[in-house]
Design a protein around this ligand. Structure first.
Ligand SMILES: NC(=O)c1ccc[n+]([C@@H]2O[C@H](COP(=O)([O-])OP(=O)(O)OC[C@H]3O[C@@H](n4cnc5c(N)ncnc54)[C@H](OP(=O)(O)O)[C@@H]3O)[C@@H](O)[C@H]2O)c1
Length: 168
């Protein structure tokens, strides 16, 4: 199973503020949906709370060391290893070859060293924030896609969609 990180990162590496995204980017959310649909999505509890409900048509695997409330389409996992094992079983069941890791900071930091691909949106802004993406050494990664999107209706900023594949 491939490990794919899906993230939107500002130019100053900020990804979150006050338990939410520091921007409104309607077109980027569509891109996120297309990438993650019909896959297991793995996230930390704060990211789950910031979304507010399980993402539809995906298996939501949420990491917590506490107890969590049950909901359809949602599985709680108490460690990264358990979360990845659940994701692997779900990916096999769905006939897909990847788990989509969708944040936040610590979950990205722990999965970045083992990731195969990054679906990385660079948001062309430098907002204040309290959650950042971990340092990324681009020498390990090969850029295979780059698409600049001008701000559309419902978007606060321009953004660039990038794909990085790990160099082997
Ligand atoms: N821009 C983006 O692409 C993007 C993506 C995702 C999130 N965000 C933003 O980032 C913020 C949320 O991220 P965050 O870094 O604060 O939190 P987070 O990673 O979503 O959640 C952290 C929590 O997850 C649980 N957790 C993490 N690793 C674990 C492990 N190995 N084993 C068991 N439990 C584990 C713990 O929950 P317990 O405390 O319950 O034990 C921990 O407190 C929000 O502002 C959100 O909007 C942005």
């Amino acid at each position: 199973m491939k490990i794919v990180l899906v993230v939107a990162v500002a130019e100053n590496n900020v990804i979150g503020r006050g338990g939410a995204l520091p921007w409104h980017l309607k077109s980027e959310l569509g891109h996120f949906r297309r990438l993650t649909l019909n896959h297991p999505v793995l996230m930390g509890r704060n990211t789950y709370l910031s979304i507010g409900k399980p993402l539809k048509d995906r298996t939501n695997i949420v990491l917590t060391r506490k107890a969590g409330e049950a909901a359809p389409g949602l599985i709680w996992a108490s460690s990264l290893d358990e979360g990845l094992a659940l994701a692997r079983a779900d990916a096999e069941r769905r006939g897909v070859d990847a788990v989509m890791v969708i944040g936040g900071n610590d979950v990205f930091a722990r999965t970045l060293p083992m990731a195969d691909r990054l679906e990385f949106t660079r948001v062309h802004a430098s907002p204040e924030g309290d959650v950042v993406f971990p340092p990324l050494d681009l020498s390990h990664w090969m850029e295979t896609r780059r698409e600049r999107h001008a701000r559309g209706p419902g978007d606060d900023h321009d953004f660039t969609v990038l794909t990085y594949e790990r160099r082997r």
